[in-house]
Design a protein around this ligand. Structure first.
Ligand code: G4P
Length: 535
């Protein structure tokens, strides 16, 4: 039998765990579908799309999701390609669910940033990019929809640098960006890959390739395109950044790939280069030590909790990212936050089409375990040193606030229970207005649609009809240190609340009033992201 250490080390080396970050409509669903297609996980592209259209789906757990045809919950897709084991952390496509997306990025080892070539860097991408940047993970850029007219590629590079603050290195270069796409030039191989248009979206294809100085390709492209390509390549080689793998690994340089997910152009070369460059699961640093993925002791953390995924079973699943060791079905691990051992029963993995029971899993993998209500976001499960725990999952600042009250005051108990449950899942942030009873709570969410989910789930899971009063606040800021907020000089529209840990938080309507508060109160320090796991 293979030595366990060697087995873990081999499994770690072939794992790639990443998330795709993009603005809605940039083509993430299409891209995911094509990646799965190359991995042979689905016979025909289209299944992920069908899922998005909510015809049949792994992620159709919530009725609201079906009604709207959007993916509210994230899942994980695992497939094999060229002996790599790939985990794509699928994130909700709808912009209103960005907090869930943010959290998923904590479990990823790298990110693929998908940009619509005609639109450039969009709002949602900027927010998600910053979370990746904060973690320092490598970011690979795929500029999509090149089969249509796009922005000038130099302009796109400039925009990435100006808006996101990251240098870029084009791995390939598009030929014809005014709606006359001819293909790309592969800089590493000095090779042209011709785009043959047509509809080959349903099958894996390879394209015609050849050297740039081959007269056949000059002929095929025509003098105009060929000359322009040669000029642009020269400019890039002379004035552009050099490829520096170290910088890529630290998220300081992003390799750019141009292509078109829909027509399947450039997806396979992207996948292969990505697998070659992207890191396997690495060392995770915690306050009290480091987690080496190749250690034989299991270590994992909960990055997502989803209740009632299956309405007929009313189950609650905790998603665990494995950081070290080997997971085996039914194993007993130490739950650091609870201070006791737990058995990880009914472990599930989420394949392209269905949930399956996992027998074993390795660092980089995500498993979902049945949670009888004992886990919270950021919890650590380990076979190793019980003093080492994961550093926690950041809370991301809510941008929409509402006052919620049960319509029927007799339902107060269920109301509090439901809100607590959703707060534990990280679906809502809950605040109490200072000096006001708990019949009325203030909830903060990243996206407005989450309020509808809250309303729906309280009604269907706890039998509570909500009264929701939308508030005009847009920013929550935690007060640092020991400052009594009642002594502060604040604008009349600023509200003082406490979070679930009784910390003082100020709710502001706009940035102007935040600045006003800081200017008028020299002793005031505010912070926008609290740390759930450490608090
Ligand atoms: P999302 O998950 O990021 O929200 O995007 P999705 O994949 O659903 O793609 C959004 C739209 O962009 C879809 O068109 C899709 O077909 C199109 N698209 C994706 N990749 C490419 C590409 O490489 N080139 C072009 N030209 N279009 C692309 P739709 O009309 O909204 O949907 P559908 O009718 O095609 O299903």
């Amino acid at each position: 039998m293979q030595d366990l250490k060697e087995k873990i080390s081999n499994e770690v080396a072939r794992r790639r765990t990443f998330a795709i970050i993009s603005h809605p409509d940039a083509g993430k669903t299409t891209m995911t579908e094509k990646l799965l297609l190359y991995g042979g996980a689905i016979r025909l592209a289209g299944s992920v799309k069908a899922r998005k259209a909510a015809k049949h789906a792994v992620s159709d757990w919530m009725e609201i999701e079906k009604q709207r045809g959007i993916s509210v919950t994230s899942s994980v897709l695992q497939f094999e390609y060229n002996n790599f084991c790939i985990n794509i952390l699928d994130t909700p496509g709808h912009q209103d669910f960005s907090e869930d997306t943010y959290r998923t990025l904590i479990a990823a080892d790298s990110a693929v940033m998908l940009i619509d070539g005609a639109k450039g860097v969009e709002e949602q991408t900027i927010k998600l990019f910053h979370v990746c940047k904060m973690r320092g993970i490598p970011i690979f850029t795929f500029i999509n929809k090149m089969d249509r007219a796009s922005k000038d590629p130099f302009e796109l590079m400039e925009e990435i640098e100006r808006v996101l603050g990251i240098r870029s290195y084009p791995m390939n270069w598009p030929i014809g960006t005014d709606g006359d796409f001819k293909g790309v030039y592969n800089r590493k191989l000095s090779q042209i890959e011709l785009f043959n248009g047509g509809n080959h979206g349903q099958t894996a294809v390879s394209s015609l390739k050849g050297q740039v100085d081959d007269p056949v390709f000059a002929d095929l492209l025509g003098k105009h395109y060929h000359d322009r390509l040669c000029e642009e390549i020269e400019l890039l080689d002379m004035a552009g950044d050099e490829f520096d793998r170290e910088k890529v690994m630290h998220g300081e340089l992003t390799p750019i790939f141009f292509g078109s997910a829909m027509t399947n152009f450039g997806v396979q070369p992207f996948l292969e280069e990505f697998l070659n460059l992207a890191p396997p699961p690495g060392i995770r640093t915690c306050a009290k030590g480091e987690i080496d993925p190749e250690s034989e002791k299991f270590f994992g953390f909960v990055f997502k909790i989803q209740a009632n995924m299956n309405p007929t079973h009313r189950d609650r699943i905790a998603f665990i990212r494995i950081c070290s060791g080997r997971f085996t079905r039914g194993m007993e691990v130490f739950h650091v936050q609870a201070g006791k051992k737990v058995r990880l029963s009914q472990p599930q993995q989420f394949m392209a089409q269905e949930r399956t029971i996992v027998e074993e899993a390795y660092p980089g993998d995500i498993i979902g375990v049945f949670d009888p209500g004992i886990f919270s976001l950021g919890d650590t499960l380990t076979e190793g040193d019980p003093n080492i725990k994961f550093d926690g999952i950041p809370i991301f600042p809510a941008e929409n606030f509402a006052r919620v009250t049960p319509a029927d005051s007799m339902k107060r108990k269920q109301f509090v229970k439901g809100i607590e449950q959703l707060s534990q899942e990280g679906a809502v942030q809950v605040f109490k207005q200072v000096d006001i009873g708990i019949e009325s709570l203030i909830v903060g969410v990243v996206g407005a649609l989450q309020l509808e989910v809250l309303e729906h789930r309280l009604k269907h899971e706890y039998g509570v009809d909500l009264r929701i009063q939308h508030l005009s606040y847009r920013f929550a800021r935690w007060i640092e240190g020991n400052v009594d907020p009642k002594t502060l000089n604040l604008t009349s529209s600023t509200m003082i609340v406490r979070d679930k840990h009784e910390r003082y938080v100020l709710l502001f309507e706009n940035e102007w009033s935040i600045n006003w508060a800081l200017e008028k109160n020299k002793n005031l320090n505010l912070t926008d992201i609290a740390n759930a796991g450490n608090s």
